[in-house]
Design a protein around this ligand. Sequence first.
Ligand SMILES: Cc1cc2nc3c(=O)[nH]c(=O)nc-3n(C[C@H](O)[C@H](O)[C@H](O)COP(=O)(O)OP(=O)(O)OC[C@H]3O[C@@H](n4cnc5c(N)ncnc54)[C@H](O)[C@@H]3O)c2cc1C
Length: 502
Amino acid sequence: MNRRGFLKQSSASLTLAGGAAMAGCVGRGGERLTMAGYTGGDVSIRTGELVAFETSLDGAIIRRADAGYNDARTIWNACIDKRPALIAQPRSTTDVAKVVRFASQNGVSLSVRGGGHNHCGFAVSDNGLMLDLSQLNRGEFNRESSSAIAQSGMTWAQFDGLTHRAGLATTGAIVSMVGLPGYTLGGGIGWLHRKFGAGCDNLIGAEIVTATGDIVRAGLRDNEDLLWALRGGGGNFGVVTKLRYRLYPLSHVLAGLIFFPLDDVDAVGAFLDGYLADAPDDLNVWMLHRMAPPSPVVPRNHHGKPVLILAVTWTGDEATGERAIAPLSKIAAPIATAIKWRPYPEWQSALDGAWGDGFCNEWVGGYLNAYDGPVRDIIAKYVNIATSPLSDVKVARLGGEFSRCGDADSSFGHRDANYAYVIQTRWPRDEDSARHLAWTYNFHRALKQVDAGGVYVNFIGKNEPATRVEAAYTPSTLARLRAIKSEFDPDNLFSQNANIVP
Ligand SMILES: Cc1cc2nc3c(=O)[nH]c(=O)nc-3n(C[C@H](O)[C@H](O)[C@H](O)COP(=O)(O)OP(=O)(O)OC[C@H]3O[C@@H](n4cnc5c(N)ncnc54)[C@H](O)[C@@H]3O)c2cc1C
């Protein structure tokens, strides 16, 4: 089916799937509803206005007293405990437009939930209107044009499941439960960015509901400026309802983990820094530094001890990959090696078990020019005194196709950096957060002394100042993003994100 056919069919069938709208009808008892306003303060909504809004939707509105409210407001980061006044679960783009119009016309604070995985918790806010896209989770691929259109409530697991059937893939997140929109609009790195570019580089079209409730398209031929902004500028320009991705032939990868004691980080790191500088685009390596998990592939005596894990992906043929990866297992004596030829979605979900929801999380990050001695010393020092065995710091080699995209192609910056890093602190919800956060921020302060400057928007910490977002872009990119923001969202309705102030 062609793209237009898909759009038409999805909207028609989703409309038929509606009907739950009257469940939990708003305005019961004739009261007015006080909600948080998006310019500050509260706004008061008339009952008639609410009822008209609710009955106009094919999808559902969930209120605090309704069954399902707690499930719907819960996001990946368990330390985010916000209680929206209303949760809208649209069933079509038209529904999304109605929700956005309701928020903008009534001055209501609006948060947008794609996959709900952003650690800062942008997807939900206290007493606002949460626009939950999870019901819009269908996709369609087009073999002829090697592209796929996805509704924006899809996760990478759902998307990869769809495209893998045709032996196709594009650059997604390294954990499959992550949502397409937050990842892609922020930039998107993963197991494939060196081969196929960043996630956003493969975004070739989008359908967006703007702050006025208008439905617009952005593509390589229409609204190119908007497409450029969506490739790295985050959720600042509207609610993206459909994303169109370029796909590549990729069915299997040679991929897995090589474990070393963290004491070997210098030997391994010194070799890697040189080896990866000349490596083919097919080789993608992330360095994970953490306490060894109690995994069956890791010998028991190493469980809970500091390790360096190389997460290796090879996208070429198996025999060449074996030759390219072999030197990595010989740098020092690995504790364990678990690399195999496997379907891409299997590798794409291999880390899911360690990154499920229900835990508290804080992430902070930046870029590195080199994975050199000073960097490795700081990492080793802090990982050895980590406050939680669940935390890690990941360093991803960039370069390859990722670095061939320039500022003219996308707003996702820092293409010349050799590595991106992210400190991922994770702890049980019932533990006091203070010491985990102190470790995170001390570690980050130390790394910032030696990093390359800049940050990837999806790795900005929850408690970093709002101005940190400026470090994600060059001054000229930021100026262009601000101009596009001013055109599409001059009043900053879409402010619950790494915000570009119009
Ligand atoms: C376990 C885990 C693994 C991760 N792995 C990677 C990785 O490998 N590579 C990487 O680059 N990042 C990774 N991330 C970071 C991830 O890309 C971001 O957290 C991203 O924001 C999550 O997207 P989401 O749609 O799930 O988030 P949400 O929390 O739903 O949304 C995040 C932001 O995007 C905006 N947004 C969401 N949907 C839309 C929409 N439809 N239209 C407009 N704006 C929207 C929201 O308003 C919010 O500001 C990972 C995160 C987690 C938790």
